[in-house]
Design a protein around this ligand. Structure first.
Ligand code: C2E
Ligand code: CA
Ligand code: CA
Length: 816
């Protein structure tokens, strides 16, 4: 402690009293100029590239070393030892070399990496060089006497100053500008410490007997050398200053050029440095509403608060929001890139306004997601909505119902009154559904005449309530279109989320299954999905696959039901009715599979098979016996029908007059022009056409006029209640009278009793078909019946218990 204090005093005393003041001032000036020159040249080296970089780097190191050396020597010269002094030339030169090598080594270590430990080490190396400069330089200082050293002070000066050099290098490498500014004072402090401690540690004792070595150089000789080095440093400083000015001018010019260029760009461009806006183009001004002055110097996060630009990979666009002058949020896309500007890499942020694009997209989406006829969401957007609802996290998810609505007679309306009328009806149905649904429910048109409602927060009861309202609304109300009143109906099915399905596809499918079931139950009802429906679908699929196999494996057969002439009581023809001899289930009725065959398209090959088989069979019968074949509307949609009939007739060599095709009104509802053309083609072949199931359909009377039928078959449903039901009696009478007026023969089908048989005969029907006459029979049995029929005309029980009766005839209504 004692020693430390005296040492400290000695140092201060040394500075204040032992030195020439004006030379000390000069030392300061030279040091400052030297440091400026070193830095300026260093900056120039940093900006340069290739050989120039190495060259100016070396100049920088030499300049730094010379600065330290010159400063040191000027201060040494300022020292007034009050006795003659001289310099040992080799050691003096060595001290300069030490400074240059030390600084050069330190800088090399420093620029090879950015780690802190490396920077500190670089500081230590530079410090070692400078310390060597000082102490070797000092030992080159000779006086007329003896020199003794306070070793402790020397060691501690080195021990304290070296870490200071380390800290100074750490400061230089720091990102923060304020910390960087600490580097020079730290360095200066370390140098001053070394120098003055060194001086104070030296005790000189005058000894007149001391003789300077022969090669000792007097201060008078050293002074011009030091002055020369100092002047060189000044020249270098001026050069460095010019370099700096030129560089700044170039940056300014580059910036101006970039801004000019940027102003032409539609995109907003921001140039930033350490996330602070340096400049921006006019697009940014227009976009944000901020002026150029306001933008410059602002932190980028004020403009783009939601994005971490530093973390944004280069050349990768991101969507974010720009906050404008009035706080408005503007959707933008940003792109960050590093662009060399002047000598530096600068961050350029491109900002693209997304408002127009988003507007267009929204418009496109509205178009794509809305049904243009009704304005309701379409299938895609309904699906999207369900996706959103089902994707909600469990704690926010709410139950809802998916209700599917299908109009029952829409197709007929469309086909009968034309598409404009159909569209009109759809628009009005949409309005009604909207009126029934609550405001937060979603009504969508899934396509055709299919609508769906998403009922929010619904349980089974609420969904049933909605379904009843929908069915009611569609059933109760009639539409008046073009003076005609149209009575529609609706079938409705629904599925509940989450009980009946967790994902949109499942919910839609299950609601669809429920709708299907509702239709099957009789139209105008509603059903909820149940897992049994799934089983039914499975069953359907099995049936469909089985049916395909039936066709190829020959499991199908035709039965023939005779039609008797009402006047003669003798068999005039037979209706071919298809049967499926199922390997497990036995004989399957067409009622069970014709529907599926129609929906799956199997009806086309199946119908063809029936035609060929029936024609071939009929060709074996007596020539006066005709055959009737049922045609499905689906077969009429197929272009090949006429040619298929022609080839069946040709292959069987059957006279076309013996073939009768039974069609239902469904056929006439398809496409009038096409159907008419096919019918004409068939009639041109002399095939006869009869209207089946007459009276059940839709505005039947208008059709009989329009289409050239050969015969009308009165539907079973009217015959069933004859003769008890007065209304049925009246209807059948009216039909027979009317068709008679048109000159058309009538068949009464489904005749089961003698009373019905008598009624048919009395009313003037031409043909009678029904269990009372005979059930449909296998081909062989029908063949046998034909032979039998040609022999007798009396009542005969059949082997299998069915009756072939001529009972009506036996009652004497018609004579033989
Ligand atoms: P449909 O054309 O009306 O055929 C008459 C149906 O009534 C037949 O039923 C027949 O067995 C039944 N029937 C006949 N007399 C009586 C009776 O006195 N009382 C009662 N209650 N029913 C009687 P089936 O054979 O089950 O055929 C049902 C329907 O399947 C047919 O109705 C027809 O629409 C369709 N079908 C049958 N075979 C074919 C075919 O080869 N092609 C097409 N496209 N459809 C067929
Ligand atoms: Ca029929
Ligand atoms: Ca029928």
């Amino acid at each position: 402690m004692e020693h430390g204090n005296t040492a400290g005093l000695r140092v201060i005393d040394c500075i204040l009293h032992a030195h020439d003041r004006s030379l000390m001032l000069l030392a300061c000036v030279v040091c400052a100029i030297g440091i400026y020159a070193s830095f300026a040249v260093g900056r120039h080296a940093a900006r340069a590239s290739g050989k120039a970089k190495v060259y100016w780097g070396v100049v920088n190191v030499v300049a730094s070393g010379c600065t330290a050396w010159a400063t040191h020597f000027i201060v040494l010269l300022a020292f007034e030892p009050e006795m003659p002094a001289a310099f040992e030339p080799y050691l003096t030169a060595t001290s300069l070399a030490c400074a240059i090598v030390g600084i050069g080594a330190g800088v090399t270590v420093s620029i090879a990496g950015a780690q802190r430990s490396r920077q500190f080490l670089a500081g230590l190396i530079i410090g070692t060089g400078v310390a060597a400069l000082h102490y070797i330089g000092q030992s080159a200082y000779l006086v007329q006497g003896s020199v003794s050293w306070d070793v402790e002070l020397v060691v501690s000066s080195i021990a304290v100053s070296l870490p200071l050099f380390g800290l100074a290098m750490l400061a230089i490498a720091n990102r923060d500008r304020r910390i960087r500014k600490l580097a020079a004072p730290l360095m200066l402090l370390a140098i001053a410490l070394l120098h003055f401690c060194g001086m104070a540690a030296m005790t000189l004792r005058y000894d007149p007997t001391f003789v300077f070595p022969a090669d000792a150089v007097s201060p008078k000789t050293v002074t011009p050398v030091v002055a020369g080095v100092s002047i060189a440093l000044i020249v270098l400083a001026v050069l460095g200053w010019r370099f700096d000015l030129a560089a700044k001018a170039r940056i300014r010019q580059d910036r101006r050029r970039l801004r000019d260029l940027a102003d032409v760009a539609l995109e907003g461009l921001l140039i930033t440095q350490s996330d602070v806006i340096i400049t921006s183009n006019s697009s940014v001004e227009r976009l944000s509403g901020f002026g150029q002055d306001e933008l410059t110097g602002t932190h980028i996060s004020a403009l783009l608060p939601h994005i971490d630009l530093a973390g944004l990979p280069e050349k990768e666009e991101r969507e974010t929001e720009l906050v404008g002058a009035t706080g408005q949020r503007i959707p933008v896309r940003v792109l960050r890139s590093q662009v060399p500007l002047g000598y530096k890499l600068q961050t350029v942020i491109a900002v693209r306004d997304q408002r127009e694009r988003l507007r267009t997209e929204a418009k496109m989406r509205a178009l794509a997601f809305n049904d243009s006829l009704t304005g309701l969401p379409n299938r895609a957007s309904f699906y999207e909505l369900l996706t959103q609802q089902t994707a909600l996290p469990a704690n926010t998810a709410k139950p809802f119902a998916v209700v599917m609505v299908d109009l029952d007679r829409f197709k007929q309306v469309n086909d009968t009154f034309g598409h404009p009328t159909g569209d009109d009806v759809l628009v009005r149905i949409a309005e009604r559904l909207r009126a029934i649904a609550r405001a937060d429910d979603v009504v969508a048109r899934l396509g055709g005449d299919e609508f769906a409602v998403m009922q929010r927060g619904a349980d089974a009861q609420a969904a049933c309530g909605l379904c009843v309202s929908i069915v009611d609304a569609c059933n109760r109300e009639t539409f008046i279109v073009g003076g005609q009143s149209i009575h529609l109906g609706a079938s409705v099915g629904f599925a509940l989320y989450p009980e009946d399905g967790h994902v949109p596809a499942e919910l839609l499918r299950n609601a669809d299954l429920a709708l299907y079931a509702a239709k099957a139950d009789g139209k105008g009802v509603h059903r909820r999905y149940e897992s049994a429906l799934n089983d039914k679908t499975q069953e359907r699929q099995t049936l469909e696959a089985g049916l395909r196999r039936a066709l190829t494996d020959g499991q199908l057969e035709l039965h023939y039901q005779p039609l008797v002439d009402a006047r003669t009581g003798r068999i005039a023809s037979a209706e071919a009715l298809v049967r499926w001899r199922h390997p497990d289930r036995g004989l399957v009725s067409p009622a069970e599979f014709i529907g599926i065959a129609e929906e799956s398209g199997i009806i086309i090959p199946l119908g063809d098979w029936v035609l060929r088989t029936a024609c071939a069979q009929a060709a074996t019968w007596p020539a006066h016996i005709g055959v009737a074949v049922n045609l499905s509307p689906v077969q009429f949609r197929d272009k090949g029908l006429a040619s298929s009939v022609r080839s069946a007739l040709q292959d069987a060599a059957l006279a076309p007059q013996r073939l009768e095709l039974e069609i239902t009104e469904g056929v006439l509802l398809i496409d009038e022009a096409r159907t008419l053309q096919t019918l004409d083609e068939l009639r041109a072949m002399h095939v006869r056409i009869s209207m089946d199931d007459f009276g059940t359909g839709y505005s039947s009377l208008s059709y009989i006029r329009k289409f050239p039928f050969d015969k009308i078959k009165i539907d079973r449903s009217f015959v069933r209640n004859i003769p008890e039901d007065a209304e049925s009696v009246a209807i059948v009478r009216a039909i027979i009278t009317m068709t008679a007026c048109l000159g058309l023969p009538t068949t009464m089908e489904g005749v089961e009793t003698a009373d019905q048989f008598r009624f048919a005969v009395a009313e003037g029907c031409s043909a009678i078909q029904g269990y009372f006459v005979s059930r449909p029979l296998p081909a062989s049995k029908f063949q046998a019946l034909l032979e039998h029929d040609s022999l007798i005309g009396s009542l005969k029980p059949e082997n299998d218990g069915r009756l072939l009766t001529a009972d009506g005839r036996a009652n004497g209504q018609t004579a033989r």
